[in-house]
Structures are given as C-alpha cells and as structure tokens.
Design a protein around this ligand. Structure first.
Ligand code: NAP
Length: 260
C-alpha cells in the first residue's frame, strides 16, 4: 500500500517539526513548509528521514496567495495526492502591547499569517481533496488546525493573537460542516504552553507559573513538548476518531480545567 502524504505548514521548527516527525513515524511522507529558515527546514527533513519517513522541504509564506497555490501544487506533484493538511504555521505579536495601545500593523500581520493564510490554504486543499478517490478508510483527506488555549483564554497584552486563534476555531467548524459528507474530517488541536522558539522569550514567566508557583497554572506541572502535539495529530492522521469532526482536542497539561 502506498504511503500517505501530508502538507504541514511551519514544519521547520517547534510544534510543526514535532508533528512532521510523528507523522513520519506513522508512515507519512511530509511536505515540510517553512517561511525563511532553510537550515531549520533541512534539519527537520533529516529528522523526518531518521524517523523512518520521507518528504521534501518547500518554502512559502502562507500569507501570500501565490505561495499557497505553489505549496499545494508542489505537494501534489511530489506525492500524487494530499491525505492530510496541518495548518500549523503561526506567529505571535512582535511586541506584547496592552489592548488599549496595540497597533494595526501587528493586527494585520497576525490576521494575514495566522488566519487568512490557513483559511485560503484550506480552501485550496479542500478542492484538491475533493478530486481524490477515498482511501481504504473511506477518507478523501483530513485537515487539522493548530489553534491554542488563546482561542478561549483572554490575554489582554496580545488580543490580536487571541482573536485569530478564536477565528481558527470557527474556521474548523465551518470546513467540518462543509466537507463532512464528502469524506473529509476537520479537527482543531489546541496546544497549551509548549517549549519552542515562540515561547523562549517568556520562559522565566512560564517557568514560574508552571513549576515554581505553589499550585501551578497547569495540573500536569511541566512544559509541553512539540512531540506532545505531534502525538495528538498523529492519532487524527491515523483515523483514530473517524466519527468526530469539527471538534477541538486539548494538549495543554490540563490548563483548561476549572479548579477550586
Ligand atoms: P515557532 O517555533 O516560532 O515556529 C514557527 C514555524 O512557523 C516555523 O516553522 C516558521 O518557519 C513557520 N512560519 C512562520 N511564519 C510563517 C509564514 N508566514 N508562512 C509559513 N510558515 C511560517 O512556533 P511554534 O511555537 O512551533 O508554533 C506553531 C503553531 O503552534 C503556531 O500556530 C502557534 O500559534 C501555535 N501554538 C504555539 C504554542 C506554544 O506555546 N509554543 C501554544 C499554542 C499554540 P521558519 O522556520 O522558516 O521561520
């Protein structure tokens, strides 16, 4: 049986890289998208190969329409079909600014990369998936959107980030509803606080909140790892939830629990 294939945006580093490696362990071939960090992308490809998979690297800015079209066409050219899209690429605000001062530039940047990019990439990929014949599990493909606990948690020093992540939650529901009868399930995976370059600048703050505070902000008192998110995406990629679509899966050490 031929290997399944995935397009993972922002797979050169952090969570995307962790996802690519777990997919490789599940036998997937992976299109490793990156924005500008060629060395990191090559390193990720090496790790994917070491994990028993294969793939290729593909530069592209998800905020740019022509790049999105190229990501899809190159993936189809290399693999023949797309079995899984993971919308992972994302950025935080360059400066965390109070809600009353935050500027339009940051707003526009975050909406373009974190919401407009995945929305229109999903539209393109969905059209490709609809041309594909269903696989042995009856699926034409699957789509996973990486959101965040910020989709439902207010952080008043990065409102733009919270809003785009909440938007991705709705995007998941919309595409899930639209594609459910056509053999395509759509999922949201909601990471908590994960150790990557994105959070390296606030390491001390979260070390304190997670580990050193008496109670801990998360019941499971450690930082999340990219691999933790990768394992959740892998379960979805392996069709462990065939009767579920439009739902969110928390990978957050219990952050979302209401505690007394
Ligand atoms: P990261 O370590 O900063 O990695 C970001 C990845 O996205 C890199 O591969 C980067 O490529 C790529 N990227 C950035 N802008 C891009 C663009 N315009 N087009 C295509 N690729 C782009 O971030 P991360 O922590 O792994 O975060 C990954 C996703 O998880 C994001 O959506 C983030 O919001 C979400 N998330 C993270 C956390 C956390 O605690 N870390 C928690 C919840 C959700 P280059 O290497 O080429 O720059």
């Amino acid at each position: 049986m031929s290997k399944k294939s995935a397009l993972v945006t922002g797979a050169s580093r952090g969570i995307g890289r962790g996802i690519a490696i777990e997919l490789a362990r599940a036998g997937y071939r992976v299109a490793i998208n990156y924005a500008g960090n060629l060395d990191a992308a090559n390193e990720a490809l090496g790790l994917v190969r070491a994990a028993g998979g294969d793939g290729f690297i593909v530069q592209g800015d998800v905020a740019v329409a022509a790049d999105r079209a190229r990501l899809v066409s190159e993936t189809v050219q290399q693999f023949g079909r797309i079995d899984l899209l993971v919308n992972n690429a994302g950025v935080g605000p360059k400066v965390r600014a109070d809600l009353l001062d935050a500027g339009e530039e940051s707003f526009d940047r975050l909406f373009a990369i974190n919401l407009k990019g995945p929305y229109f990439l999903t539209q393109l990929v969905a059209k490709q998936l609809l041309t594909q014949t269903p696989d042995s599990n009856g699926f034409r493909g699957r789509i996973v959107n990486i959101t965040s606990i910020s989709a439902y948690t207010a952080s008043i020093n990065r409102g733009d980030y919270c809003m785009v992540k909440a938007g991705l939650t709705m995007m998941t529901k919309l595409f899930a509803d639209r594609l459910a009868t056509q053999g395509i399930n759509v999922y949201e995976v909601r990471p908590g606080i994960i150790a990557t370059d994105l959070t390296s600048g606030v390491k001390e703050k979260y070390d304190k909140l997670i580990i050193h505070d008496e109670r801990g902000i998360t019941p499971i008192r450690r930082w999340g790892k990219p691999e933790d998110v990768g394992l959740a995406v892998r379960a979805l990629a392996e069709d462990r939830f065939p009767f579920t679509t439009g739902s969110a899966f928390d990978v957050d050490g219990g952050f979302g629990l209401q505690r007394l």
